[in-house]
Ligand binder design. Structure first.
Ligand SMILES: [Mg+2]
Length: 234
């Protein structure tokens, strides 16, 4: 029996596709305003607005939509028309309605770990949208708890472990962001497992410092089960 109390997973780009929809929208945004500046510059200005607005708006599609509108006004010198704003709002609505595409091996891995462990899902983002995504994913029954948080700091992980009656030292967090999923959990005293995804939001980029204890990198989500088995046999 493994000595882990809780195994926690990130959701976006760990269990299902997410960033791909933002990247597509940024590209479409750039193309929509190619008459005022080169498409890649438009997309970059939008990315900068997103970054700038996180502190105020938080993460998620609704924040992204506001950033699209703000950037459209900026780059057109305030001349963008209502029909174009309406198109941007529609792009946001389409993103909110997008179906869930699970990443490979997710269901089988959760099923396996669920049989022997308590699983938690910990995700940032907009409460309403994330709740809908969890429901639509068909994965909700694997998780003892779904925690939607505004940020992932060491204190966040300590608080969530305490809430679910686990010891943070015996908790493992797996996700595609070293910055949000892995390092703060290790700082809190737990284990962090990096599950790489082929695209990563620039905002989430962070290298793992050398000699980080309690850190594991795996090839894909199946590797999380291997780490759990290894920790259990130590
Ligand atoms: Mg993620």
């Amino acid at each position: 029996m493994s000595r882990l109390d809780i195994i926690a997973f990130d959701a976006d780009d760990t269990l299902w596709h997410n960033l791909i929809h933002y990247n597509e929208a940024e590209k479409a945004f750039g193309n929509m305003f190619s008459h005022v500046l080169p498409p890649e510059d438009g997309a970059r200005r939008l990315a900068q607005a997103e970054q700038r607005n996180i502190g105020l708006y938080g993460y998620g599609v609704k924040s992204f939509t506001l950033s699209m509108i703000e950037t459209a006004i900026e780059i057109t010198g305030g001349t963008v028309d209502a029909a174009t704003i309406s198109k941007l709002i529609k792009m946001g609505r389409t993103m909110l309605d997008h179906g869930i595409e699970l990443l490979p091996h997710v269901s089988e891995t959760l099923e396996k770990l669920h049989a022997s462990h308590r699983l938690l899902l910990i995700t940032k983002g907009d409460l309403h949208h994330q709740e809908r995504k969890v429901l639509a994913s068909g994965l909700a029954h694997f998780f003892e708890g779904v925690e939607i948080v505004s940020d992932k700091k060491p204190e966040t992980y300590r608080r969530l472990c305490a809430r679910h009656g686990g010891r943070v030292a015996n908790t493992l967090m797996a996700g595609n962001s070293v910055r949000s999923d892995v390092l703060p959990m290790i700082e809190a005293g737990g284990y962090g497992v990096y599950v790489p995804f082929d695209i990563l939001w620039e905002h989430e980029h962070e290298d793992v410092p050398a000699d980080t204890p309690r850190f594991f990198a795996v090839d894909d989500i199946r590797g999380v089960a291997d780490v759990v088995a290894r920790l259990g046999s130590e």
